[in-house]
Design a protein around this ligand. Structure first.
Ligand code: ATP
Ligand code: MG
Length: 554
């Protein structure tokens, strides 16, 4: 949320400040109006931060309103997830409202239009209506039903509501101007017949308002002062203003901003739904999904997503924000708050041959060097340890600073060790390595004078615990999957790696849902809801460095 008084105002803030200064509005009311036909994605997050952010900044308020006018695609599961996501992002709606609660009022207003001769029931088929619509350079044709009398239209519309016609038999259309240069003003549809069960109104209605008829009037009913939407609705503004004028109701005013998309992600509920339905991901909140619930499960913090939305800002031109920026925001946040822990994802056994058998030793290390109040935690050192397979190389290239035969490395917060033997199985695979430790090199009390360049993390075999660790990569291989003919073909086949037998330090074994950690040298991790007592499961939120960006530069 940009509260910094030095940052220049964006165009909406300028409008709002002018409206407040001129007394046009005493206070402002914005709204976030999702259609409950899927889970919210990162594009919606930008709209939520914008609407709620403006409400907060100017001491106004923001409604959450479900634009639930399409019974076929909507579901209470989506309603519930949307409320949860908005709250999780840190915003509390002033009211949680539903366009379906306005169905009766919208119906009454449709009758007002009919009485004024501004709406008519049309029995033309969808094809005929399309054919009569004209083109942007050619005016359309009037429907043969356009001049039906208001009395007759009223009777027909009541029959529509009473269920006397089958689906698609007729529609209610506004009577505006079939020659308008704005195609949306060419007698737009207001109502269609759909004998379908609605998740809130049940079977009460068999006619449903079109989005265009419901949306503007819903804003007006709620007395939304600044109705903010994405650019594709700019041509609809003329229609919303026309309806408000015809009905003489509260004049909400619409302002448009450009959609925010994010690279390597899809920001369309319809396409995200396909990923879930076809099993390319496990669920809407799969940590690979660019949904708000996916980012939550992945370990993103609400603050990091708000910061991202703030940094990409607001504009009138479509833009694709870089996924790396979102990753930067979460790293910044987690660096400050995540407790440091040791985990070994691909274990290699190390035996310290000069350390007494059966003996262990208590060491200490910091919980978070960025936070002096985070304190220390105990580590156990012993004769048998685990390190990462790739922290050892039998034939290292020059400038390899980790462990190799004859080489030395520091075990973080413990001792310097030197490798003297490599043990292999019958197939030549390394099964363990033998090292000696330097007793006078203990971290914090090092008198050895040795300065190995590499520092690696490790675990004591005596108390390391097992855990499942899930590593994620970009969901898609291309920057703009939505522009591909078949976006599913661009899925990254390596977007998930499950490590069933990773090892973790004992302090992690009973980590709770919602806790976030930095696994030293490996990245930031959080507990997945699949975790159970005695069976910890961790998700990697993000790596420590932008490995992807580096890869791209090669
Ligand atoms: P989708 O294709 O995902 O269904 P939508 O715009 O149809 O997108 P709605 O539920 O109608 O989804 O959106 C609710 C609000 O979120 C609208 O005001 C819409 O303008 C805004 N919104 C949706 N996608 C984006 C985006 N990528 N960037 C900014 N705002 C968005
Ligand atoms: Mg929509």
């Amino acid at each position: 949320m940009s509260t910094n008084s030095n940052t220049p105002l964006n165009f909406l803030e300028e409008i709002i400040e002018a409206d407040l200064a001129s007394g046009k509005h005493k206070t402002i009311l914005t709204r976030f109006p999702p259609e409950p036909n899927g889970y919210l994605h990162i594009g919606h997050a930008t709209s939520i931060c914008l609407n709620f952010g403006l409400g907060l900044k100017y001491g106004g308020a923001t409604n959450l309103r479900f634009d639930d006018t399409n019974p076929v695609t909507e579901d209470t599961e989506y309603v519930e997830s949307i409320i949860e996501d908005v709250r999780w992002l840190g915003f509390e709606p002033a009211n949680i409202l539903y366009a379906s609660d306005y169905f009766e009022q919208l119906y009454e207003w449709a009758k007002v239009l009919i009485q004024k001769g501004k709406a008519y029931v049309d029995f033309s088929t969808a094809e005929e209506i399309a054919a009569m619509k004209g083109t942007p350079t050619m005016p359309g044709q009037n429907s043969p039903y356009r001049d039906t009398t208001p009395e007759e239209n009223m009777a027909l519309f009541e029959k529509m509501r009473a269920g006397e016609f089958p689906d698609g038999h007729c529609t209610l259309r506004a009577k505006i101007d079939m020659a308008s240069s704005n195609m949306i003003m060419r007698d737009p549809l207001l109502y269609r017949i759909k004998h379908a069960h609605h998740h809130r109104t049940g079977d009460k209605w068999c006619i449903y308002p079109m989005y265009d008829w419901a949306h503007g009037q819903s804003d007006s009913i709620e007395k939304i002062t600044h109705s903010i939407c994405t650019l594709e609705f700019a041509p609809h503004r003329e229609l919303y203003d026309w309806c408000i004028e015809q009905l003489g109701i509260f004049p909400s005013k619409q302002y448009e901003f450009a959609r925010r998309n994010v690279s390597y992600a899809i920001t369309s509920k319809r396409k995200l739904k396909l990923l879930v339905e076809e099993g390319h991901v496990r669920s809407w909140d799969d940590p690979r999904m660019p949904t708000i619930s996916g980012f939550r499960r992945r370990g993103y913090t609400p603050a990091s997503i708000r910061e991202f939305c703030d940094r990409i800002g607001l504009g009138k031109r479509e833009m694709v924000a870089d996924m790396s920026l979102l990753e930067f925001c979460i790293r910044e946040d987690l660096n400050k708050i995540a407790l440091r822990r040791f985990a070994v994802l691909d274990p290699l056994k190390v035996v310290i041959t000069n350390y007494p058998e059966g003996q262990t030793e208590a060491l200490e290390t910091e919980n978070n060097p960025e936070d002096p109040n985070a304190g220390n935690r105990p580590l156990t050192f012993g004769r048998e340890l685990w390190i990462e397979q790739d922290d050892f190389m039998e034939n290292p290239p020059p400038k390899y600073f980790r462990l190799s035969p004859g080489g030395m490395v520091r075990l973080k917060s413990a001792y310097i060790i030197q490798c003297h033997d490599v043990v292999k199985d019958a197939n030549g695979h390394i099964t363990e390595i033998h090292c000696t430790y330097v007793p006078e090199s203990r971290s914090g009390q090092d008198t050895s004078g040795l300065k190995p360049k590499g520092v690696i993390h490790w675990l004591a075999a005596s108390n390391a615990q097992k855990a499942e660790v899930r590593l994620y990569d970009r969901l898609f291989q291309v920057e703009d999957p939505a522009s591909e003919e078949d976006f599913l073909a661009t899925l990254n086949p390596h977007n998930l790696q499950v490590i069933e037998n990773a090892l973790i330090e004992p302090a992690l074994a009973d980590a709770k849902l919602g806790e976030r950690f930095q696994f030293t040298r490996l990245g930031y991790f959080c507990v997945d809801p699949d975790a159970q007592p005695g069976k910890p499961v961790f998700n990697r939120t993000v790596t420590l460095k932008d490995a992807w960006a580096k890869e791209q530069q090669k």
